[in-house]
Design a protein around this ligand. Structure first.
Ligand SMILES: [Zn+2]
Length: 489
């Protein structure tokens, strides 16, 4: 009986807390301010907020002004709320040849430069079947070019070969080799797709070292028909030209609100979203060339603004950290940079409540990618249901791997529980593709009644996590559970 009474009291206390958080949520989240933020961020004037672009800078100015207005503090390191992110634009070589004996290969048609710039190499080769790190270490490769097959001879997934290539690359570099050449033979990922992916321009982080400049070449080797040539030849000439690397700087926008509890304020909850999009591109059937990115990701950006507005006024027990990422569309770059340069140590960040949306097709839902993976699950459901919505996850389209495709994954892989909150999406269907990365993803097409409900659910959920009794964590057995133990030990 006593036990039952205690449980009842506890539940009542929790209920009262949640009621209080809901009241405070309703006090600040307003339809008009949501609409104004969304309209501004997805306006044509910002030209799709590409990385880098003037439009994105204007968006950043807007975000930091709002943080200031909402009473969010700037870090000493970043007094104007701007965290500089060093990036580079890399233009791949436009011309190049590889010569073996009398055979001449040309760039794109026969080979691709995955790493490195302009080359002029003339060297002997060492052929290693699959070139494990040990193989490379024990062979005499100093001053030579290492030639091997792409992959490990077992894994058929060509995408996994990229990671294996990185290992061989560092082993070859370490052993003093001049370059790594891999013979590429995969039915799964055709050569033409690789060419499209690795040619032209690419934007990446500028890590300030030359780790990435060690040359790596993939040679098209359909049905292994060129293997014999590489095994039997002694030397090779490689020439490429026309590459260019231009460094530039863009910004994550960051700030914080201190928690109210003497102990719990040492724990931080991150409210994050990427504010970049893909800029100007191919015209659609109406001739529109501006990819406004209202759903992707003005909607997510405004979740963070609405959280800042609320928490700046009514802080939770835990401290709140607000982060707007640049460069998500170029490969999750801003968030990768953030976790390497966080002004708050990562083991003091207990949760990352990210928001990123490709779109929605079900206005009775709020979708949380990773809903069931953290101990905040019940609380997220409670917050969502408090506004008459149901909580959904990515059950119906798990194969899309969305959890690992947005900024939250850079926090998750460090061990920080990090789901992504997004408008209701119960399938990857035509309603999503109608707007996903299209010029038609504009403010006018958003259902503002739904948006208003969605934002209140997000802010309430964020408040409840900030006040949650237990520190949220991964559920046991999760892919990132061990990383979490390691981070917070
Ligand atoms: Zn996005």
């Amino acid at each position: 009986m006593k036990h039952l009474l205690f449980v009842t009291m506890l539940l009542t206390a929790l209920f009262v807390d949640a009621q209080k958080d809901k009241k405070l949520t309703d006090k600040t989240v307003e339809k008009a301010s949501i609409a104004a933020h969304l309209k501004f961020l997805s306006s044509d004037v910002l030209e799709g907020r590409d990385t880098p672009s003037k439009g994105q800078l204007v968006a950043a100015e807007y975000l930091r002004t709002q943080l200031e207005r909402y009473g969010v503090q700037a870090f000493d390191e970043y007094p104007d709320y701007y965290q500089p992110v060093s990036m580079e634009k890399v233009v791949k070589p436009s011309a190049g040849t590889i010569r073996l004996d009398s055979i001449l290969f040309s760039i794109e048609e026969d080979f691709l430069l995955l790493n490195g710039g302009d080359l002029d190499l003339s060297s002997s080769m060492v052929f290693l079947q699959d070139a494990s790190s040990d193989d490379i270490k024990s062979a005499d490769v100093k001053g030579k070019i290492v030639v091997t097959n792409a992959g490990d001879g077992e894994t058929e997934n060509a995408r996994a070969w990229f990671g294996m290539m990185r290992n061989k690359q560092s082993a070859a570099k370490e052993a003093g080799a001049l370059a790594l050449v891999e013979l590429y033979n995969s039915a799964q990922l055709p050569w033409s797709l690789l060419v499209r992916y690795f040619s032209g321009e690419r934007v990446g982080l500028d890590q300030g070292d030359s780790e990435d400049s060690f040359p790596v070449i993939w040679i098209n080797n359909p049905n292994q028909e060129r293997s014999e040539l590489f095994v039997s030849s002694d030397s090779v000439d490689v020439k490429t030209s026309g590459s260019e690397i231009t460094p530039f700087e863009v910004y994550n926008v960051v700030g914080y609100v201190e928690g109210t509890d003497a102990e719990l304020k040492k724990e931080h909850v991150v409210f994050s979203a990427h504010y970049d999009h893909v800029g100007i591109g191919q015209p659609d059937s109406t001739g529109d060339v501006i990819y406004n990115g209202a759903r992707d990701n003005a909607v997510g950006t405004v979740t963070v603004l609405e959280a800042a507005k609320n928490l700046g006024k009514y802080p939770t027990k835990r401290s709140s950290l607000f982060v707007f990422f640049t460069g998500e569309e170029k490969g999750l770059l801003g968030s990768e940079w953030y976790v390497d340069h966080s002004p708050v140590p990562l083991n003091e960040i207990v949760y990352c409540f990210n928001s990123d949306g490709g779109g929605y097709n079900n206005t009775s839902l709020a979708t949380v990618i990773g809903l069931k993976r953290t101990t905040a699950e019940d609380l997220l459901i409670e917050a969502i249901e408090a506004y008459g919505l149901s909580a959904g996850d990515d059950e119906n389209y798990k194969e899309q791997g969305l959890f690992d495709r947005s900024d939250n994954v850079n926090f998750a892989s460090q061990g920080i529980p990090a789901p992504t909150f997004t408008p209701g999406m119960d399938a990857f269907d035509d309603e999503i593709f109608k707007y996903y990365h299209q010029p038609s993803d504009e403010f006018e097409s958003l259902d503002m009644d739904y948006m208003y409900t969605f934002y209140r659910a997000y802010v309430l959920a964020g408040r409840m996590i900030g006040n949650m009794k237990e520190t949220p964590f991964w559920k046991e057995g999760d892919k990132y559970y061990e990383a979490g133990l390691e981070l917070y030990k």
